[in-house]
Ligand binder design. Structure first.
Ligand SMILES: [Zn+2]
Length: 81
């Protein structure tokens, strides 16, 4: 498996994800940021407790989803042009 020489993405030091085996949210160890088929970023790592591989989709700052924009605008309404 080939890894990129210069990873530009920073893996969160203490990321948490849902473990399907533990059926609970646990800390991700040995995490790395990967790009899935649809081009989204995801954090791939292992469950701290049981070692099961976990994946957690990361928020993409480049393109804000309409749903998220609507939610944030509800908290701090901005005048629309
Ligand atoms: Zn687990």
């Amino acid at each position: 498996m080939a890894f990129p020489a210069q990873p530009t993405l920073i893996v969160p030091a203490e990321a948490e994800a849902y473990c399907v085996k533990c059926k609970a949210t646990h800390k991700v160890v040995q995490g790395e940021v990967v790009t899935v088929k649809n081009g989204k970023l995801a954090l791939k790592g292992k469950c701290e407790v049981c070692g099961t591989t976990m994946m957690k989709f990361l928020p993409q700052k480049k393109q804000a989803l309409p749903a998220e924009a609507a939610t944030s605008s509800a908290d701090s309404p901005e005048p629309s042009l």
